[in-house]
Design a binder for this molecule. Structure first.
Ligand SMILES: Cc1cc2nc3c(=O)[nH]c(=O)nc-3n(C[C@H](O)[C@H](O)[C@H](O)COP(=O)(O)OP(=O)(O)OC[C@H]3O[C@@H](n4cnc5c(N)ncnc54)[C@H](O)[C@@H]3O)c2cc1C
Length: 471
């Protein structure tokens, strides 16, 4: 039998390394030694993703004398914080439409706090000299189907009516003058509300800033158990204990040390590819001049952006929920999704035929049923947690860190007064209901994409109940 020719998409991913492009960096810092013996501190932070790192950093900024320890089960930024798309959004609510739907009365405040939060990230990056390729380019939401274009146009009019500025409607020609794809029909450019950055370099830079302010960091040190002692908490680790007055949990989708928090999130695996660096001619062929991040507006959407060395990161589309919510390194690789993503990439940018992908990876997103973070305390206010960022945590985790510190201080602030902070999402039901509900939702969302955006009875019911599924 004659050998079957490999498709162009299969060829393009054939040599891709199975790991996050961002983490595959010679500048990746060595892990710090694990904790052995006992430690004492005012504040223990658990988890060295953005949540934990911002919490430790802001704690020191608020009160330089505070004794802060951070423990990380593996290495700083190895999980979602080192694998994401690097879209650092001002939105605290997984986008304005979601926030407007859920918290119409406080959305102005949430948007204002979000904008301040993004400005503060930009300032911190400059102040601590964090070389994370921060570029405040904004993001363009792209329509690739006529009904999406209509929706974007209507949404733009509504934004203007409600007084949300800074967003520009681009018709097909105007959009293709920014980035040229035959599939682009038009878009909305949020000029200031999103920055692009190198995710792993942000995590590593925050780690260094924490160390410079005197935070003691132990890596490969998993917190195994929380227990009350006197007026504080004791956290058991494999080779020691940390005795702390207060504990902040930045543990994202990993099993929370406060068990009752676990049903609020499910892991949803999201995947991305990174191309080789484009040549000047390739870049000219797609005319991507202003380096904005892009996302298309389907339910099953793609996000894509340029790296500092002019590669294209292309991610999204499939959102995979593993039965039982089990986390597994094996799920970080999904060849059928990579193949699908590569085919969709060349459909979007046929000018780039022949470009190869150098990296292919995935990671777990902490999805909750309202798509935006929730917060709370346990053990009589000695422990605070924040989780549920659902695919938009690069920026919002800094806000969540501030909320955790407010809660631990027992302070009423403009943040803790928010309904968004005081309320919780609906928890996910146990299996097999969670799996069945999520699969049904995913199928309905895919059907809606193929059917002019029409939402079926199931989706309309979920919408009415304020429940959903996203990545
Ligand atoms: C593929 C992908 C693409 C994404 N793209 C974007 C994007 O473009 N924009 C955006 O805004 N968001 C995006 N996200 C989401 C974003 O990455 C996350 O919201 C954010 O990184 C969450 O940060 P975190 O610190 O809460 O979690 P993580 O980065 O997951 O960190 C949690 C840390 O806690 C540690 N830990 C857990 N339990 C323990 C324990 N018991 N003891 C010690 N340590 C523990 C873990 O080892 C881990 O390092 C994406 C996510 C993925 C997976």
């Amino acid at each position: 039998m004659a050998p079957v020719a490999m498709s162009a998409a299969a060829q393009s991913i054939a040599g891709a390394k199975p790991l996050s492009f961002w983490l595959d960096d010679p500048g990746r810092p060595e892990a710090l030694p694990a904790l052995t013996g006992d430690e004492h501190c005012d504040l223990l932070v658990i988890g060295a993703g953005y949540s934990g790192l911002w919490t430790a950093l802001l704690a020191k900024e608020r009160e330089p004398e505070r004794d802060v320890v951070l423990i990380e089960g593996r290495e700083t930024g190895w999980a979602a914080s080192g694998r994401n798309g690097g879209f650092c959004a001002a939105s605290l609510t997984h986008g304005l439409p979601n926030g407007l739907e859920r918290w119409p009365d406080e959305i102005k405040k949430l948007e204002e706090l979000g904008a301040r939060n993004l400005d503060a990230i930009e300032e911190a990056v400059a102040r601590y000299g964090i070389d994370c390729e921060f570029e405040r380019t904004g993001e363009i939401d792209v329509a690739t189907q006529p009904h999406q274009l209509e929706e974007l146009r209507e949404w733009h009019q509504e934004l203007e009516r409600r007084g949300f500025g800074g967003v520009e409607f681009l018709d097909g020609d105007a959009l293709r003058a920014h980035v040229d794809s035959p599939t682009f029909l038009g878009g909305l450019w949020d000029r200031r509300g999103v920055a692009m950055l190198n995710p792993a370099k942000l995590a590593w830079g925050l780690k260094q800033a924490c160390l410079d302010l005197g935070v003691r960091i132990y890596e490969n040190t998993r917190g195994l158990e929380l227990a009350r002692t006197g007026t504080g908490m004791a956290v058991r680790t494999p080779a020691g204990r940390v005795l702390a007055r207060r504990v902040a949990l930045g543990t994202n989708i990993f099993p929370s040390l406060v068990k009752r928090v676990r049903p609020y999130t499910v892991p949803v695996y999201d995947y991305a590819l990174m191309t080789e660096p484009l040549t000047a001619d390739q870049l000219a062929a797609i005319g991507w001049k202003n380096r904005q991040g892009l996302g298309d507006s389907a339910n099953q959407f793609h996000y894509f952006r340029l790296s500092a060395d002019n590669r294209i990161l292309w991610g999204g589309y499939d959102a995979i929920y593993p039965y039982g919510g089990r986390l597994s390194a094996a799920l970080d690789q999904r060849p059928e999704t990579f193949l699908k993503l590569a085919g969709q990439f060349f459909a979007c940018f046929p000018q780039l035929a022949g470009v190869r992908f150098t990296h292919a990876w995935g990671g777990a997103i902490d999805t909750c049923s309202r798509f935006s973070a929730f917060f709370g305390t346990a053990h009589q206010g000695r422990v605070a947690y924040a989780a549920g960022y659902t695919g938009l945590g690069v920026g919002a985790t800094r806000f969540g860190a501030d909320v955790m510190l407010d809660l631990l201080a027992g302070e009423e602030t403009e943040r803790t007064a928010l309904e968004m902070v005081r309320s919780k999402p609906m928890p996910f039901p146990p299996e097999p209901l969670a799996w069945a509900g999520i699969e049904l939702t995913k199928r309905s969302l895919a059907r809606a994409d193929d059917n002019g955006g029409h939402r079926d009875l199931w989706l309309r019911t979920m919408d009415r109940l304020g429940l959903g599924f996203d990545s």
